[in-house]
Ligand binder design. Structure first.
Ligand SMILES: NC(=O)c1ccc[n+]([C@@H]2O[C@H](COP(=O)([O-])OP(=O)(O)OC[C@H]3O[C@@H](n4cnc5c(N)ncnc54)[C@H](OP(=O)(O)O)[C@@H]3O)[C@@H](O)[C@H]2O)c1
Length: 354
């Protein structure tokens, strides 16, 4: 059991199931609507997150205001350029709200938006340079949204956009994986990797995955054909001549993968540590996910048809966001950690009930 007093001293105790507004905020505005949020008041890691009231965002003409029901936790977000900078490197203004994927309901729409209406259930990914979804509301371009799959609860659909779009854009768009091709997927049990395995299986590829043995059954159930325990075996001693490498790990794992490509083979890396690489071939191989509502609609259809599954990990109430980040660094886990803002869904994997 995690010591909640140590990891989340300024946020509501999770047992209370209420959202703490006790933290005094420098961002409360008297002249406009506000919302409850978890945010950073200065550059910091998870320890700097505070709960409070901040101004509610207004949708521009091409944007939708979403009432957030659930979002997810990406621990690496504290290290991303976009978290503290604007596109040309100027500092982003505080308060900064994290988590850019979400599931929720349309609250209102901008003047130029078509295809979405108030009360529509949607999921999506908003712009990396604006505030995210650890809040009651967020804004997103209408083109970055899709209808939420009916079969999923919000906490389940909230963990789909980033990993599923990353896997789709990397494996299908950039690497152009085809039926019958051999693909080596690194990080197959993770958020991105688990979607990559499912997309590769759906496309009829032969899938090879170096993973830790504790994840064998899980990754086999996603459709992997060959499993290698990367903790005991060097994958390059077994793997030869693959058409595609899809890498979510980076570093030495990526380096050892280049010689395994068959002639004409393609390598795509999405690992954070490959971002900003100096080596031209790594720079060319790196891909950053883009918000694409049309692709998300297609992915939602595959989920509704039962072709792929969303794997939600532990679920925390938004007020326990610090605890969620602490959980992310604790041991083996499957599926991405979700934050419940409003949702009827509760289950045994809601860790803060313990
Ligand atoms: N470029 C983009 O647009 C983009 C978008 C999303 C995410 N990302 C980045 O992609 C990376 C993965 O994200 P994620 O959300 O999938 O992370 P995650 O859920 O934490 O999964 C990482 C996985 O990597 C596995 N792993 C660790 N070391 C390994 C190794 N040496 N060999 C093989 N597998 C290993 C772990 O498996 P075991 O438990 O079996 O060890 C774990 O399942 C991160 O760097 C993230 O920041 C980039």
């Amino acid at each position: 059991m995690i010591d909640t007093e140590t990891v989340m001293p300024r946020v509501a105790r999770p047992q209370s199931r209420t959202f703490s507004t006790a933290a005094t905020s420098a961002f409360v505005r008297k002249d406009g609507p506000t919302m409850k949020a978890i945010y950073l008041e200065k550059k910091a890691g998870p320890e700097g997150l505070v709960a409070g009231e901040i101004p509610r965002p207004n949708p521009k003409d091409d944007e939708v205001l979403v009432k957030v029901h659930a979002t997810s936790v990406s621990p690496a977000e504290f290290d991303w350029f976009t978290t503290f900078n604007l596109p040309f490197g100027e500092p982003r203004p505080f308060p900064i709200v994290l988590s850019h994927e979400f599931s929720g309901m349309v609250e209102s729409i901008g003047a130029a938006v078509t295809g979405f209406y108030p009360d529509d259930e949607v999921f999506g990914l908003n712009d990396w340079f604006v505030n995210g979804a650890q809040a009651e509301y967020c804004v997103a371009k209408a083109t970055a949204l899709a209808r939420k799959p009916k079969s999923l609860f919000h906490v389940q659909s909230a963990v789909v956009p980033i990993p599923a779009l990353t896997a789709w854009q990397g494996l299908v768009q950039k690497a152009k994986l085809e039926r019958g091709q051999r693909v080596l997927i690194h990080g197959a049990a993770g958020g991105v990797g688990s979607f990559a395995v499912q997309f590769a299986h759906w496309r009829g590829a032969h899938i090879i995955t170096p993973i830790s043995s504790g994840n064998f059954d899980f990754v086999r159930s996603l459709g992997a054909d060959e499993l290698i325990d990367y903790r005991t075996t060097r994958f390059e001693e077994i793997v030869k001549e693959v058409d595609v490498v899809f890498d979510t790990v980076g570093g030495e794992t990526l380096e050892r993968s280049w010689p395994l490509l068959a002639p004409g083979g393609r390598l795509v890396t999405v690992a954070t540590q490959s971002n900003g690489a100096v080596e031209p071939r790594v720079r060319d191989a790196f891909m950053r996910v883009l918000p694409e509502g049309a692709q998300l609609t297609w992915i939602g259809r595959l989920i509704e048809q039962g072709e792929i599954k969303a794997h939600v990990g532990p679920i925390f109430p938004l007020a326990a966001a610090k605890l969620a980040y602490a959980r992310a660094s604790h041991g083996l886990r499957r599926g991405k950690i979700a934050l419940r803002v409003i949702d009827r869904y509760a289950s045994s994997n809601e860790e803060t009930q313990n």
